[in-house]
Design a protein around this ligand. Structure first.
Ligand code: NAP
Length: 435
């Protein structure tokens, strides 16, 4: 019975779900030995460094990842970077198949003047900062002003807006990185405005995330009821047959009708504004927007210009793939056909389809790609040397090394009533993560 050796690069949801699909495809005729490579000393990808700390339920999927990793034919190689410690060619040579699950970590740019001013950030920097990603610990987010603007109308914009607008006491029992929690407690930001360039009908927020907003205990949420009613009128004919749209607009309408409580902290959502320029001398001071209107379901810019003062700008307008040595990219993704890249190389998750879908979306996506991979697998497995002997980097964090880190973080957290306290320093992580 052949045992096929499969390399997966990237220990986020798409990587784990690919491993799971392979494990579930084992039978009397074939088994799989899976090696999961990860650049960081810690696995779990966006579940660790993307999901907002006030969404602990979403993170429980990590239990599934650990079950997948407990298989005796599974190995984790943390602190192994593609291009630095190992090449795509080496992986392709030494494995029967290679699956790229590297996600998309580069924030898209607005491409407007002023974007590089101090105080203007991408969600690709802000989100890993509050989540304790070791590469983002030193991002210095100025929270000493009063007004923040978040550009984008998707769930990442919602996460960023909520994290800035809620009372940080609501984060005390979460796994928000210590450095971020301290800064958020000292923050003087009180007005946070999320701005979408299209109307509510085209917003990418999901209803569950919208419905959470009134649960913020110390923040007034401001949405103009007239904006939602206007959107409902524009799409009146579609509403009957489009449950998702109906739910989203209902959720927005409910929030717009929720009485405010005169809290100091405000989170507003504005629509139909295209950012034209971030204004400021040495740092951001305001954003100039063009007011838009919807004509025949299409957004058009009017001649009306408005300026909104701000001390901090977060653009949360999507992501693209970080270049991978030896892999062709186009439109921010790895060039692929339904997950097939070339030879015995495949791609899954955001690197394959772009930054869309929730964590669970990766389960079916990875499973489809694994089906394709299995159909193309030759009848005999390769006979090649163990990659562990090829990797010269001595500081590999294995599954048991990671378990030590995990346990240490959970214990530190439990002592203060949190799910974990993340270690955020590379050298601490690496030294703790040795077997
Ligand atoms: P997204 O859902 O694609 O939203 C991106 C937003 O940015 C859109 O509103 C888009 O507007 C806007 N945008 C793009 N370019 C722009 C520009 N130049 N100027 C102004 N606005 C611009 O992406 P995301 O928020 O990064 O989320 C990625 C995926 O992760 C999504 O599938 C999301 O649902 C998921 N996610 C889920 C959760 C959760 O379940 N709680 C949390 C976070 C993320 P247009 O539509 O006009 O292009």
């Amino acid at each position: 019975m052949p045992t096929y050796r499969i390399a997966i690069v990237g220990a986020g949801p798409a990587g784990y779900f690919s491993a799971q699909a392979l494990q579930n495809s084992q039978d009397e005729e074939r088994t799989f030995a899976i090696d999961l490579f990860e650049r960081l000393p810690t696995p779990w990808g966006l579940v660790r460094s993307g999901v907002a700390p006030d969404h602990p339920k979403i993170k429980t999927v990590a239990k599934v990842f650990e079950k997948i990793a407990s298989d005796s034919n599974f190995r984790l190689f943390g602190n192994i970077e593609l291009g630095r410690d190992i090449s795509i060619e080496q992986l392709k040579e030494n494995y029967d198949a290679v699956i790229l699950a590297t996600g998309s970590s580069v924030g898209r740019k607005l491409g407007i003047p002023g974007e590089e001013l101090a105080g203007s950030f991408s969600s690709a920097d802000f989100v890993p900062w509050y989540n304790g990603h070791p590469d983002y610990v030193n991002v210095s987010v100025p929270l000493n002003g009063k007004n923040a603007i978040v550009i984008g109308a998707g769930n990442v914009a919602m996460d960023c807006g909520r994290m800035l607008a809620l009372d940080p006491a609501e984060l005390d029992s979460t796994d928000t990185a210590d450095h971020a929690l301290t800064s958020l407690h000292l923050s003087s930001i009180r007005n946070v405005t999320i701005v979408g360039r299209r109307g509510p009908e085209h917003a990418a927020f999901t209803s569950a995330e919208i419905r959470e907003l009134p649960k913020l205990e110390h923040t007034d949420v401001l949405i103009a009821q007239s904006e939602i009613e206007g959107a409902k009128e524009r799409v009146a004919e579609e509403l009957e047959g489009n449950k998702e749209l109906r739910n989203k607009l209902e959720a927005l309408l409910e929030v717009s009708q929720t009485p405010t409580k005169n809290h100091q902290r405000k989170l507003a959502i504005n629509f139909l504004l295209t950012p034209l320029e971030i204004i400021g001398k040495d740092k951001v001071e305001a954003i100039r927007f063009a007011r838009n209107e919807v004509i025949n379901n299409k957004v058009a810019t009017t001649s009306e210009i408005i300026e909104m003062p701000c001390d901090l700008v977060i653009s949360a307008i999507g992501y693209q793939v970080l270049p991978i040595p030896g892999v062709e990219l186009a439109n921010g993704k790895v060039v692929n056909e339904n997950g097939f890249v070339t030879d015995n190389l495949y791609v899954v998750g955001w690197a394959k389809r772009g930054p869309s879908g929730v964590i669970g979306t990766n389960k079916s996506d990875s499973s489809d790609v694994v089906k394709l991979l299995l159909a193309k697998l030759p009848s005999a497995a390769k006979e090649n040397s163990d990659i562990a002997k090829i990797i010269t980097n001595q500081q590999v964090v294995t599954q048991s090394g990671w378990q030590k880190i995990n346990q240490a973080e959970v214990e530190k957290g439990e002592a203060v009533g949190k799910p974990r306290r993340k270690l955020t320093d590379w050298s601490d992580l690496l030294s703790l993560g040795q077997e």
